[in-house]
Design a protein around this ligand. Sequence first.
Ligand code: DQA
Length: 147
Amino acid sequence: MSAKVYVLNGPNLGRLGSRQVDVYGQTSYADLVALCESTGRELGLDVTVRQTDAEHELLGWLHAAADEQAAVVLNPAAWSHYSYAVRDACAMLRGPLVEVHISNIHAREPFRHHSVVSAVATGVICGLGVDGYRLALHHLAAHRAAS
Ligand code: DQA
């Protein structure tokens, strides 16, 4: 059975491709889903990609991932910077957590420099565009025995 990985995306990421393309690039959310699914197939991972603008929905998905001991790739988007609820849900995960940001949050406005999620993540990838998701999946595949 292939390893389960949830790729979870927070608010406004459904607008990729039309949202601030100078910052987030031309790749649409549909393209991002296709990229994650094809990378998962290539690596033998069972990848499910989701996006929500509702915090409680993300919390529910994180709880389910914790129950399943699944690995998670998470772009918490704006919630990264202030949601202790998302951080607490991430702290419950029992599989690895890779936090991904498309943009380099450290090179942007000061309020983006800190992520409350990072301290409970296994690792963080930021500033590499949507390629960060592909790299996160490669990491999880390479370390799946430890997950
Ligand atoms: C983001 C960075 C956040 O600061 C922002 O609120 C987002 C996307 C990124 O992927 O670069 O929505 O997480």
